[in-house]
Structure formats: C-alpha cells, structure tokens
Design a protein around this ligand. Sequence first.
Ligand code: SAH
Ligand code: SF4
Length: 376
Amino acid sequence: MSEETNEEKINLLDLSAEGLKFLFNEMGEKPFRATQVLKWIHQYGVDDFDEMTNVSKALRERLKKVAEIKGPEVLEQHISDDGTVKWALRLNCGQAIETVFIPEKNRGTLCVSSQIGCVVDCSFCSTGAQGFNRNLSLAEIIGQVWFAMRYFGSAKVTGERKISNVVMMGMGEPLLNFKPVTQAMALLLDDNAYGLSKRRVTLSTSGIIPALDQLLDHVDVALALSLHAPNDELRDILVPVNKKYPIKDLLHSVQNYLDKSAAAKKVTVEYVMIDGVNDDIKYARQLAKILKGIPNKINLIPFNPFPNNDYRTSREETMRRFENELQSHGMIVTRRKTRGDDIDAACGQLVGQVNDRTRKEERKYKKSIKIQEIST
Ligand code: SAH
Ligand code: SF4
C-alpha cells in the first residue's frame, strides 16, 4: 500500500481485529504487531503512536504516515447527582450523538448509540420522532466506548473497571446497522480489546427478524426485546415495524436465538408503561400468556415524556398492579429506575438534534396542510 502523507489517513478505530491484521499484512508486518496495537488502542485508550512503547520506532513512524486514532469530540457533558454522566459527542459530519454512563452498585453501564435518528419511528420514542439521518460507522460506535474508557481511565492503568456493561440502547435500531454494530460488539468481547463478558454486552432491538436470525453467526451477546405490547393490533401502533415482523414470528426468532446462544439464557422484555395505552391489566395477562415457555424477564419502563408527544407515564398504582399481575403468573419483573433525571439522561430516550433525511417534518407539514385544505 502507498504510504503517501497526502492521502486520507485510516482511522484505526474503524477497523475490527481482523481489519487491523489485514492492514498490517498489507504493510508487510506480522499479525502479532496488529494485536499489540489493538491492545494499545482499546485496552489503554492510546491515540498517540509514540506511546506504543513495545512497537518499534520505525513501525510507529510508518503508522503515523498512513493511520490515525481519532475518537469523537465532546460537545456537552452533564453529570447527574446520582453519578450518571451524559455526553453529547460531535461526529466528523458535525452531527451529535449521545452516550450515557449509568453507575450502579456492582456495575457501570454504558449506553451506546448505533444510528443518528431511527427509521422505526416508535410512537413513544424521541429518537424516532426526530427521523433518520444515517448509520454510525464502526469508529463512531466503538469510539463512544473508547472515549468513555479514556474519560474514566483505562482499567489497565487504574486497576478499576468502570465500564463493566455495554447496552446498545442509545439512539437508533442496532439491527438496522448490522455490520458496524456486530463488529463493535466483537471488539467489546475481544480479550485483546475491551474483554467484557458476553452476558454483559446487550443488544436491544425492536425486532428486525432477518437480522436477528443472523446475529449468532457474527456475535453472541445478551438480548433485549422492545416488545411494549402483547398483541399485534396494539404493537402495530406503538412499534410500526411490527406490521412487517409480527409478534408470533418475532418470538419464534427470539426462542431460536436463546436456544443457540451461550450469552443469552433469557431475553429481557422491555415494556414502556404508557398511561391508558398499554397499561391495562388485561395486557399483563396477555403478556404472560404469549411469553409462556420463553425464558424471560420483564423490564417495566416508566414512559419518559418529551416535547410534542401526548403520551403520559402510567400512574404508580397502575404500574404496581400490572407488575403484581405478571408476578402472579410466575413472571420475573423488574422496574427500571429512572436515572439521571436531573440531566434528562435515561437510556433510550436521548434527545438530540437529528438532521432528518427522511423529511419526516416536511411530510407531516404537507399532511397537515392537506387536512386543513379538506376541512376548509
Ligand atoms: N432501537 C432499539 C434500541 C434503542 S431504544 C430498541 O428499540 O430496542 C432503547 C430502549 O428505550 C427501548 O426499549 C425503547 O423502547 C426505550 N424507550 C424509547 N423511548 C422511550 C421513552 N420515551 N420512555 C421510556 N423508554 C423509552
Ligand atoms: Fe428506534 Fe428503538 Fe426508538 Fe423504536 S424505540 S424509534 S426502534 S430507537
């Protein structure tokens, strides 16, 4: 390969472990050199080739000519009273994504975005409401973890692993950005990179069946399913992609995944509690029924309100009754605590400014003009 300085440099955050080995092979270097560099980047958070002390000076100089290690830039940082940290990170294109760190007693969870916006357009989701701009690259996805690790200090240096869990629950539908997402998760599991346990890396999906069916061919991680409704009629409204991939087929795919996965013994079923929409006690009964036989735990999430959306959070008493009903059917139920409330940082409801390419607002506007025309 050419080592001209005027060519655009390769961002090494954009390479999988195999990609890095391929690059080194092209440069006539041995595979173990690639592993050394992989460790410097993802275990130590290094972005300066001169800090790679076990790499020869000559190789460092060659690398400097063709490559760089370039993470996202911080636009904003908010630290909540409960220790939750939310970052707005600026990407090269000028758009921002959000990443959240949630500390708990025995773990620290990083909530990572996979797309700018989301096409699935769930009726209760602020990301969906903003439309879709583009997929994130591998560098942009793993860059969020790399950045947060540098912020807290590498466990190799501090002796403390601050980020023990990663969930793909930020902006976007991870299974609609399959390759970079699976490559990023592979780096999270790789002992030469982040070395997380596969049970501590979770992919959350609205249910893109063909991609879910292929996931285990690429990576084995824990699974969360954004179900939110126990029947197709209701789910078609809340999670529109349900019209394409209905509940019965989706649960069949989930069961297949659990059968083959070593990481996911149970699926975490996410259920956003929306007042008067999906919180009737009959839905708890239906939910228990459809999940029968599928190892699961249900996570009830109080709906988080956001501007220009009319839904309200279920009342406390309704949530308790719903939870009790599920438990009376032998279900395991947890209630998501709302974290980082003071900085609006709850995972999966990150409000950013997406430059919408689907022209959703424009379509909405045109629709409203038509309605006005009809009614006048
Ligand atoms: N697209 C994926 C992952 C990102 S969304 C998915 O849908 O699973 C992550 C989680 O946040 C999902 O369970 C989603 O349903 C939830 N969520 C989205 N908007 C929310 C809101 N306004 N209040 C509470 N939870 C919300
Ligand atoms: Fe997309 Fe998930 Fe939001 Fe639905 S809940 S619009 S799938 S990010």
